[in-house]
Structures are given as structure tokens and as C-alpha cells.
Design a protein around this ligand. Structure first.
Ligand code: ADP
Ligand code: MG
Length: 292
């Protein structure tokens, strides 16, 4: 590419839905050597669909799905939408939940038809003192298929699991290749468990992955990379990602993301697509020789 002025670069970027905050963000992005991407909604569609309902003894599938979907109506998480949609499609009875509470990076809980229902990952169940060992082999099997398995507890006991799969975006593989070619090491960071994360990372040739991450651990990962001398860009889509976006050398807010994510970002992609990052990188590299 030929050298470009910052004005030209930001103008071209804007036309392509790549909004660059200022010259510094562009310059820093040209020099970045490591890119951290969130899995859900960034590498994948972010629109998972319900695939499996697993029940413990004493529970029926439609009953468990009804409890899960009723509870998840209170959550805006993509996983929640998949469970509600799946429940509706499968004709489960969905009612109003009360005492709803979302636990960031872990799951949801509340009361449905007078029963205490909790839904989420191992950490969520651990917090509630619900043992999940009995279903671990089945959960691992689902995860090896790249599915996200979530445990359901009813009245303090493990009642089953629901699993969803979130397909990799059609554009992701080519974008990852282009980013590699531009000299970036790519790290996938996700709140999802190790097996599910590995299924996605290995399919895409991701260099490194960190699973079971809480929002604050994404920021800690950036600090860790900084300590090793890396220059880091971080792409994220959620409120959860705002602290990490702010800590990165360049924060990249992905399209559909929350306003607070956009505020912490040096680059905002109107369409939540990795191709926007490829474009921003090309623009940044073409500009940097002029800045020097
Ligand atoms: P990611 O980093 O992949 O976007 P999150 O931090 O949003 O993941 O969530 C981490 C994990 O917490 C999920 O994989 C899921 O197991 C659990 N979780 C979070 N929100 C919900 C929810 N509304 N319903 C069920 N499980 C949830
Ligand atoms: Mg997320």
C-alpha cells in the first residue's frame, strides 16, 4: 500500500465502517504485535442456538426447558436468547420468573413457579454449592463438539443441562489468515470453558487461547502481556469488555457493542466483523510511514 495521510486513512476507514478516534490510535494500531479477540460475537455469530437438553433423574425434558427458558427471559445474554428461542420452538411452557438475578460471567438465577432455578457454568454451580460431577462426562462430550453446556439447578440440586452451539462466522477464517499475515499474534479470550474454546481456536488456527475468563481477567491478561513487552490491541463487544478495552494499547469496539465499550475504544467497527480489523490494520500500516 502507498503511504497515506491520517485524514485520508480516517476518511477511508469511515466509509468502510471503521471509525478511528484519533491519529494516535491509528499509529498505535500499526505497531501492535498482539491482538486479543473475544470468542462470542466476534469470532462466532454470537447467535447460538439450542442443541441439547439433558435431564437428571426425576425431571422431564419439557419441564426443565420450561424452567430454563422462563428464567432466561430476564437475561439479554446471547446464550439466554438461544434458550428462550429454543424453548419456544420446542413448545415448552414459559412463565414469568421472579427474583431474577444475573451473575456476570457465570449465569442467572431466580424463582420459576415457586421453585429456585439457577442456570450457568461450573463456577455458578460452585457458588451455590451444587455438585456437577455426575454430569461432567456428558458435559465434556458436548464441549468437545464446540457446544456450550450450561448446568441447571432446581431447588439446590442438579436437574440437568442445556447446550447451545454458536457457529463460527463465515468471514472469520479468512480474516484470521489476513491478520496473521500482517504480523499479529492472535489470542482468543473467552468466558467460555476450555473445551468449547479449544474446539473453536483449533479450527481457526488461533495462536493462543484463554478460557474461563472473567472481565477482570481479560484486563489482567493485557497487563501480563504488557509486562512481557507486547503491544496489545483488544477487540470486544460488551459492557464486560470495557475495562480491558481501556487497558489495551488499542481498544477495538465491535459493532453491535454497548456504548460504554465504544467510549473506551480507539477504533470502533460499525459492523461487528473481524474484516473491519483487517481493514483498520491495512490503513494503519499504510499511514504510519507518513507520520514518522
Ligand atoms: P464470553 O466471554 O464468551 O462472551 P461471558 O463472560 O458472557 O462469555 O459468559 C461466560 C459464561 O457464563 C458462559 O459461557 C456461560 O456458561 C455463563 N453465562 C453467562 N451468562 C449466562 C446466562 N444468561 N445464562 C446461562 N449461562 C450464562
Ligand atoms: Mg461476551
Amino acid at each position: 500500500a502507498t503511504p497515506m495521510s491520517i485524514m485520508t486513512a480516517t476518511g477511508r476507514g469511515a466509509q468502510a465502517g471503521v471509525l478511528i478516534k484519533d491519529a494516535e490510535a491509528l499509529e498505535r494500531f500499526a505497531k501492535v504485535d498482539t491482538l486479543i479477540v473475544d470468542k462470542t460475537g466476534t469470532l462466532t455469530e454470537g447467535r447460538p442456538t439450542l442443541t441439547d437438553v439433558v435431564v437428571a433423574e426425576g425431571f422431564r425434558e419439557d419441564e426443565l426447558l420450561g424452567l430454563a427458558a422462563s428464567l432466561e427471559r430476564g437475561s439479554e445474554h446471547p446464550l439466554a436468547e438461544a434458550i428462550v428461542e429454543g424453548g419456544e420452538k420446542r413448545g415448552a411452557s414459559i412463565v414469568d420468573a421472579t427474583d431474577f438475578e444475573a451473575v456476570t460471567g457465570k449465569g442467572v438465577q431466580g424463582k420459576v413457579s415457586g421453585r429456585s432455578v439457577a442456570l450457568g457454568n461450573v463456577a455458578m454451580m460452585g457458588d451455590l454449592g451444587v455438585a456437577t460431577e455426575a454430569m461432567k462426562p456428558h458435559a465434556d462430550e458436548l464441549r468437545s463438539d464446540g457446544k456450550t453446556a450450561m448446568f441447571v439447578a432446581v431447588d439446590g440440586k442438579l436437574a440437568g443441562m442445556v447446550a447451545v452451539a454458536d457457529p463460527i462466522k463465515a468471514t472469520t477464517a479468512a480474516a484470521i489468515r489476513a491478520l496473521h499475515e500482517s504480523g499479529l499474534r492472535i489470542i482468543m479470550a473467552t468466558g467460555d470453558n476450555e473445551r468449547t474454546a479449544m474446539a473453536v481456536a483449533s479450527r481457526l488456527g488461533i495462536d493462543e487461547m484463554r478460557a474461563d475468563m472473567l472481565p477482570e481477567s481479560k484486563k489482567a491478561l493485557i497487563d501480563e502481556l504488557h509486562a512481557k513487552g507486547a503491544s496489545v490491541a483488544m477487540a470486544g463487544d460488551g459492557v464486560n469488555d470495557a475495562p480491558a478495552l481501556a487497558a489495551a494499547d488499542v481498544g477495538i469496539a465491535m459493532g453491535t457493542g454497548a456504548d460504554v465499550a465504544v467510549e473506551s475504544a480507539g477504533i470502533t467497527l460499525v459492523k461487528g466483523d473481524l474484516n473491519g480489523i483487517v481493514r483498520a490494520r491495512t490503513l494503519a500500516k499504510a499511514t504510519i510511514r507518513n507520520i514518522k
